[in-house]
Structures are given as C-alpha cells and as structure tokens.
Write a protein that binds this ligand. Structure first.
Ligand code: SAH
Length: 228
C-alpha cells in the first residue's frame, strides 16, 4: 500500500526538498509513498490571486482566507477521501512518535501549511482540520513542519528502513530515550568502548543498554518515565 501525502502550500517548490534524498527519496522513487503538492494560490481571488487579508479586529499581519483554503482542500480531497486532514500549527497537538505511528499505519494525509499570522478559524472548523505542532516555538511557515512530520512517518512505512530491527530499540518506541552507540576504532583520543559491548555476552549487552536507556531518560527526560 502506498502512503499518499497531499500538501497544500504557498511554496510548493520547497517539496520534496530533503524528502527527495536518502531513505525517503528512495522510498518515493520506489512508490512506497507518493506526494501530491498543490499551490494554494491557484485558488486565490481576483487578478492578483489574493490568498490572505487583514485580520478582523485589527492588528499586525495577514490571515489566510477561509474560502481560498477550503477550495484548495476540496480540489485536493474529493468527498470519500478518508485520509486525516492536518494543519501544521503551533497551537496543535504535539507531534509524538505515537501520532507518527498512527499516521504511518493509515492510508496517507492531507497537510495544510500555514503562512502569515495563520488561517481563518472557520475553515479549520468547517473542514475538520486536526492541528499538529512540531514544538513550542514559532516557525515562519508550516512547510518545514510538514517536512518534519512526513520524514518521521515515511521512515516507519513498510520496507523503507532496510533493517526493521532499528525501529524497535529507538528513542520513544519503548517510552525511553535510546542507549549510547559506539563503533570502531576501539580507542579514540584515549576513550575506550564499554567492555560489556565487546564481551560477546548478548544478555549482558541487552541489560547494559536497558540500564543506560533508563539512566539517560531519568537524567534528561524524566517526564517520559511512567508514561507507558
Ligand atoms: N500567529 C501564529 C503563528 C503563525 S506562524 C501563532 O502565534 O500561533 C505561520 C505558520 O507557520 C502557521 O500557520 C503554521 O502553519 C506554521 N508553524 C509555525 N510554528 C509551528 C509549529 N511549532 N508547528 C507547526 N507549524 C508551525
């Protein structure tokens, strides 16, 4: 099954951008996922194809028009298209690995990228857009946020990561941050590799990794503990 991503943006040339490279790029070429990128301005009003206007109630900046955005959504997403409709927004539900997994298990998503001050609230309600945030900071537009979301989802699609194992131990997959990694050379600038990792005792390696994951999580992200 192909995961179908439809992205609505005022800067479609920003896609696939980084998603055209490496894992995601090869998966796109193979058809493990598809990308339909739409220019919202095509639905703009008047000779100048206006997509935004001044905020009701006054204040700084511009707001994307509900009618324009709705037309773009309806053209990209005919009735019967059951994919979730997302809008990238700092006010949204935080993007977590749980949400990423949920999206990756589905048939795709429509993603609206905001610009300016944001989008008229009526189209968010009227088209049932689920707002998703990539963190507690403000970006200049939703495009980079959409790239982050899609990157996280695509790597979980079947067949995308060569080694399926490298998914299960990873940060957040078991409610913990990941343990530290080491590789050759055995000594670098006087620093060695923990002896247990070269002992050949797989049970001991597993126990050490688990302990380290717990230690790092307690030190750096105690909020994750006890969430499982
Ligand atoms: N005035 C808005 C910010 C607008 S930023 C506010 O204070 O909430 C312009 C656009 O960038 C937003 O519409 C959204 O699509 C995107 N954006 C900004 N920060 C984001 C974040 N943390 N997560 C997801 N999208 C974000």
């Amino acid at each position: 099954m192909t995961f179908r991503a439809t992205v609505l943006s005022l800067y479609p040339e920003m896609f696939p951008g980084p998603l055209g490279h490496s894992l995601a790029g090869r998966a796109l070429e193979r058809g493990d996922w598809s990308l339909d990128i739409r220019q919202i301005r095509e639905f703009g009003r008047g000779r100048h194809r206006m997509v935004d206007d001044t905020p009701a109630g006054g204040g700084a900046g511009m707001v994307m028009r509900a009618d324009v955005v709705a037309d773009a959504i309806d053209a990209a997403c005919p009735k019967g298209d059951t994919r979730p409709k997302l809008m990238m927004s700092p006010r949204g539900r935080p993007l977590t690995q749980d949400l990423v997994r949920e999206l990756a298990a589905g048939e795709g998503a429509l993603i609206l990228c905001g610009r300016f001050e944001g989008v008229d609230e009526r189209v968010i309600e009227g088209r049932g857009l689920r707002e998703v945030s990539i963190g507690d900071y403000v970006l200049s537009g939703g495009e980079t946020a959409a790239l982050v979301l899609l990157d996280a989802v695509i790597r979980l699609l079947p067949g995308v990561m060569g080694n399926q194992q490298s998914g299960t131990h990873e940060s957040f997959e078991n409610g913990l941050l990941e343990h530290p990694h080491y590789t050759r050379p055995p000594e670098w600038e006087g620093r060695t590799i923990p002896a247990v990792l070269t002992s050949g005792d797989h049970g001991a390696v597993e126990r050490w990794r688990r302990q380290e994951a717990e230690r790092l999580t307690r030190a750096r992200r105690p909020d994750l503990l006890g969430k499982d």
